[in-house]
Design a protein around this ligand. Structure first.
Ligand code: AMP
Length: 435
């Protein structure tokens, strides 16, 4: 057994190795194409942001701010954090860069790493990637439905057809103030039957008791008054409208009265999308979630501006695709290997590689190697159809040898004609294999 390497990836992080890159690219490109079709433009914000942005945005009492942020103190004394989520940075950019003056709504998408200090477990990383969309400047419930539809389209574009949308409304700030009182009242007589964390939550962030996974707490919350009964008229009307839009699209949703999402900024519609169908016995994994955040732009110093968005966990989507054995079609591997011997041949190879690139033909090479045997062995391992051999003599004579790997037959041709020669041969091979 080889010794344990001295350095390893930090806990909760991972490498995305070359073998996984095609799958990541496939998912990213599919998601980007769907988002662009729906009129979203890409935005990239820094990985480090002012800590205050999340304290004000995500919320002082949220788990993210309380337990999960990676804090950095710069030499200059600034309090920065590794961003734990994408929405506050996008709103910060919207305000800072004057996007409020653009035609409304402003539709932005992002993709990149997020950082949260989590207890490492399957599907939970400390550095993970999210793809998110934000629509800033429109309060109509049809926009909520449109982005849920986009979420579904994105999943379907990577061939995830079985998913369930959990949806709820947590109303406006005013309904929540009223509801939190009622919830606390209900839990007052159940203090001893719930977990210690929920007892704390009742003080700091009462809605969170509803999404506690502890078995004791699950039993108590069954009888808890549902927030939907305490919505004001506008929130109720909007929620009904969102559900009607989803019905009209036949999207598989399920009204989950315990879905509250843990962040301060959410208002009205909140949703999460899980893998698996609604009728499946086992609950799937959360692939992403989002909702309306009509107060955040104002909280961060802007005008009163409604907004809605979601974030998808890229790592979770990739894991699901791997588990289901759904891999993207393999890119055609290069069918030519360039073998060179001598310094002059290496020089000519550098320009030849460029000529092949310009002609759109993939080739492999190993310019650092000198021995013809080891280069031909490599050509065998890559299973190419042709090796091009450029020895010292050929380089001097302006020639090159084409070796057909299967038969071993060789032909010497002029160096200047090689691109044309290979185009013809590759086309002939394709024709033959189609017959
Ligand atoms: P959130 O920002 O917490 O609403 O998360 C949105 C989605 O990001 C989740 O549904 C997950 O798919 C993904 N996600 C959140 N936290 C993690 C994590 N620690 N590791 C991997 N994926 C995560």
């Amino acid at each position: 057994m080889s010794p344990k390497p001295k350095f390893q990836t930090p806990t909760g992080t991972k490498d995305i190795l070359p073998s996984m890159q095609p799958l990541w690219n496939f998912v990213l490109t599919s998601f980007e194409n769907a988002a662009k079709f729906y009129g979203f433009d890409r935005i990239d914000t820094p990985i480090i942001e002012d800590a205050e942005l999340f304290i004000k945005g995500t919320g002082m009492d949220s788990d993210i701010v309380q337990k999960q942020m990676y804090n950095l103190k710069t030499r200059g004394g600034d309090s920065l954090v590794l961003r734990p989520e994408g929405t506050p940075p996008v709103v910060r950019a919207y305000l800072e860069k004057g996007m409020a003056h653009l035609p409304s709504p402003v539709k932005l998408y992002y993709e990149g790493p997020m950082f949260r200090y989590e207890r490492p477990q399957a599907g939970r990383l400390r550095q993970f990637r999210q793809f998110g969309v934000e629509v800033i400047g429109d309060s109509s419930p049809v926009i909520d439905a449109e982005i849920i539809q986009l979420f579904a389209v994105m999943l379907e574009s990577v061939k995830i057809k079985e998913y369930t949308i959990h949806i709820n409304s947590i109303g406006t700030e005013q309904c929540r103030v009223k509801y939190k009182k009622i919830l606390k009242e209900y839990y007052r007589s159940h203090q001893r039957q719930i977990c210690a964390t929920c007892r704390d939550r009742l003080r700091s962030n009462p809605l969170r008791v509803l999404d506690c996974k502890d078995e004791k707490c699950q039993r108590i919350k069954i009888q808890a008054p549902p927030i939907l009964d305490y919505l004001d008229d506008e929130s109720s009307k909007d929620f009904k409208a969102v559900l009607e839009y989803l019905d009209s699209r036949n999207l598989p949703y399920f009204v989950n009265p315990n879905l509250v999402r843990g962040l301060d900024y959410y208002t009205k519609t909140v949703f999460e999308i899980f893998s698996g169908l609604p009728q499946d016995e086992e609950e799937g994994v959360a692939l992403g979630g989002g909702g309306r955040y009509d107060g955040l732009v104002k909280d961060l110093g802007g005008q009163d501006t409604p907004a809605v968005g979601f974030a998808i966990g890229m790592d979770r989507v990739i894991n699901l695709l791997r588990e289901q054995g759904k891999l993207p079609p393999k890119k055609a591997a290069p069918r030519i290997f360039l073998v060179q011997i001598s310094n002059l041949a290496k020089k000519k190879s550098l320009s030849l590689i460029e000529d092949f690139r310009s002609a759109g033909i993939n080739i492999r090479e190993s310019l650092g190697r000198d021995s013809i045997k080891s280069q031909l062995n490599l050509a065998d391992r890559f299973d190419v159809d042709y090796a091009l051999i450029l020895g010292h003599q050929e380089a001097l004579n302006d020639e090159i040898i084409i070796r057909e790997m299967e038969s071993g037959s060789q032909e010497t041709v002029s160096f200047g004609s090689i691109i044309l020669q290979m185009k013809k041969r590759l086309a002939r091979k394709v024709k033959k294999s189609k017959k």
